[in-house]
Design a protein around this ligand. Structure first.
Ligand SMILES: Nc1ncnc2c1ncn2[C@@H]1O[C@H](COP(=O)(O)OP(=O)(O)OP(=O)(O)O)[C@@H](O)[C@H]1O
Length: 632
């Protein structure tokens, strides 16, 4: 059977092209400037081998001009131009890319970055233009041709005059409609803004006549009213050389800082700059910054993470979220890669595989740089941690601890013995020979934890305690379970395993002897506690509250502060210090005055709650009970 060719309804196709590919109208300018840059690159490439071309890099430019009255925006380049045939083939055939063909035909050198590949970008002009006119004269030809089209109706090509080689693209900007504003594309500042946004790093100057106004001479002083006059000035709108493509030696700290502040709208210099060129599985340049302070909305839903993504110096996405894991969401910066397979609108990527490879590599880089900073400049790292440490801890906890290995060495906690932030590695390196666990205590603040009765014995043994003051801390620690094969242990949970065998025996004996007392106290407290027992962690304080099972009192507080209806309750244990005089009193009361024992038990429980920073269920009853005691 004879094979038939597909036919395309070219009008429909163009219509689709104009209305369905791009999300933002402003993209048209990026596309036309990229075409101009490609055309110049081609001529430049030719000039490398054809010595009759006397142009050097500096001679090439792209020029923009606005004519509000006639509603035109003109882009001129002195690139390679197009012959009549090329106009016909490249602009008359949708999805035909002369640039891609050029790249394939010629073995392109490193310093030429042809951008075009799909053969559709040009048609973006019709999103904002009622008519597009292309006047072009090809390199090596004396003839020029004019291609005109109003979009779906087709196009005409006629000979015309053009004095120099290159191409002028003249857009007749559409009239405003009820829904859409096109006038904006006739405003010089809007055009300047779009160029800066997408084409700042096109390597040839993009110039425009900018209208300015100044005070007329002789006015505005000596009692003469100020009068203004307008004048025009040619301005280069783009910065051209991407700072990230320069070598590190060429860029000063000030250059980096200024670039960061201007581009990412910060008033302060960044805390750390990471500039890297990577080759291998993923080839890319990255320029990343760690801000000195968390933005005011950092810990809110409004904050959007992401890095700018460039392909050959042309902006593809302003905030590519996939390039950063959540726990490094504070990083600002950009990635530029030539190996991205872009989708046709150049607004997205086609395969996220490449992006994943780049993201993995960036993540590794950020982690290593932070670890380096921790070692080399602790003060700066502490500052970083004060601002973003919380995010790292969330990172350890989230996704069922999937990233804990990655992040654990970046964490800092306040140390009881050092009285400053320490890393887990530092803690472990100081552990005593007989110390089995990494001890931690939780509470609202360092000052509050300092006074926790539970900490007494652990401290007495000379063991360091990590003070956890953020809500997420204990959740993160529980997710980690251990660090360098040392388990974490809360000073308020379960058996601290601090006693010698004899001490353990002694406690067991005392527990047995006072079985009835503890049973009576438990009875008095009812559901409030799951157990009353002898304490193995108290030294001078009478009581404390601990918990059993996976849920600690601190976690209970955190979870119950969340706006959900489901409330949780930790299994509370009231611990009594056998060495405290109160113990003797309790023993006596058990035998003589059970009612008083009940009242004292309740008082002790409430005191323990207060020490823990837990809300007292009935403050009035507590106050009355204390007064009763005072007046006895
Ligand atoms: N200013 C110009 N000077 C010379 N040739 C041009 C110019 N503008 C467009 N062309 C030619 O027209 C072709 C089609 O342009 P178009 O913008 O539609 O696609 P492209 O740039 O090749 O690819 P992409 O869709 O990826 O941008 C280009 O490949 C190029 O050969």
């Amino acid at each position: 059977m004879a094979k038939k060719q597909f036919k395309a309804e070219s009008k429909r196709l163009l219509d689709l092209m104009i209305h369905s590919i791009y999300t933002h109208h402003e993209i048209f300018l990026r596309e036309l400037i990229s075409n101009a840059s490609d055309a110049i690159d081609k001529l430049y490439f030719k000039s490398l081998t054809d010595h009759s071309i006397s142009l050097s890099r500096e001679d090439f430019k792209i020029h923009l001009s606005l004519d509000k009255e006639n509603r035109t925006l003109t882009l001129s380049d002195n690139g390679i131009g197009m012959t009549q045939e090329e106009l016909e083939n490249n602009l008359g055939v949708i999805a035909k890319s002369g640039s891609l063909a050029f790249k394939k035909e010629n073995d392109m050198q490193d310093d030429v970055d042809i951008i075009g590949q799909f053969g559709v970008g040009f048609y973006a002009a019709f999103m904002v233009s009622s008519e597009v006119k292309v006047v072009s004269r090809a390199y090596g030809s004396d003839d020029a041709y004019c291609w005109i089209s109003s979009g779906v109706d087709g196009y005409t090509i006629e000979p015309c005059r053009k004095d120099s080689v290159g191409t002028d693209v003249i857009l007749k900007i559409k009239e405003n409609t009820e829904e859409e504003n096109f006038d904006e594309f006739l405003e010089q500042y809007r055009i300047q803004g779009i160029v800066k946004k997408y084409s700042d790093y096109i390597r040839y100057p993009i110039q425009m006549e900018m209208e300015r106004s100044k005070l007329k001479e002789g006015t505005g002083k000596d009692g003469v009213d100020p009068e203004y006059e307008t004048y025009t000035e040619t301005e280069t709108l783009n910065s051209m050389v991407p700072i990230w493509k320069k070598s590190k030696e060429e860029v000063s700290e000030e250059d980096y800082n200024n670039f960061y502040k201007e581009k990412f709208f910060d008033f302060e210099d960044p805390l750390k700059v990471i500039h890297s060129k990577t080759e291998g599985a993923a080839t890319y340049n990255a320029l990343l910054f760690i801000p000195a302070k968390a933005p005011f909305n950092y810990y809110t839903k409004d904050f959007e993470k992401g890095l700018q993504l460039y392909s050959n110096g042309v902006l593809i996405t302003d905030k590519c979220a996939d390039l950063l894991p959540d726990y490094f969401s504070f990083v600002k910066g950009l990635v530029d890669s030539e190996d991205l397979s872009l989708n046709i609108s150049r607004e997205m990527l086609q395969h996220d595989r490449q992006l994943k490879v780049i993201a993995k590599s960036i993540e590794k880089k950020i982690k290593n740089e932070l670890a380096k900073l921790m070692k080399s400049d602790r003060e700066a790292y502490n500052k970083f941690f004060e601002n973003f440490g919380l995010q790292l801890k969330y990172g350890v906890y989230s996704n069922y601890g999937m990233n804990k290995e990655q992040l654990q060495d970046l964490l800092l906690f306040h140390s009881s013995s050092e009285n400053k932030l320490v890393s887990l590695a530092e803690y472990v390196s100081r552990m005593k020979e007989e110390q089995k666990y990494i001890y931690y205590a939780t509470g609202e603040s360092v000052a509050r934890i300092e006074h926790l009765p539970q900490a007494e014995l652990v401290k007495d043994k000379g063991f360091e305690i990590l003070y956890l003051t953020d809500d997420i801390d204990e959740f993160a620690i529980q997710m980690m379970r251990e660090y360098q094969e040392k388990q974490f242990k809360s000073i308020s949970a379960g058996d601290l395993d601090l006693e010698t065998e004899e001490e353990k025996e002694e406690i067991k004996k005392q527990e047995e002897e006072n079985k009835d007392l503890f049973a009576a106290m438990k009875e008095a407290l009812g559901d409030k506690v799951s157990k009353v027992r002898l304490s193995q962690r108290l030294k001078s304080h009478p009581v404390c509250l601990t918990s059993e099972g996976g849920l600690s009192l601190e976690m209970e507080k955190v979870l119950n502060a969340m706006p959900t209806d489901q409330k949780v309750k930790a299994e509370r244990v009231l611990e009594i210090n056998a060495a405290h005089p109160i113990f003797e009193t309790l023993k006596k009361l058990a035998a003589t005055d059970p009612e008083k024992l009940n009242a004292y038990t309740d008082l002790l429980y409430t005191q323990a709650m207060l020490i823990e920073g837990m809300p007292v269920e009935d403050p009035v009853a507590f106050s009355n009970a204390v007064c009763d005691l005072m007046t006895q």
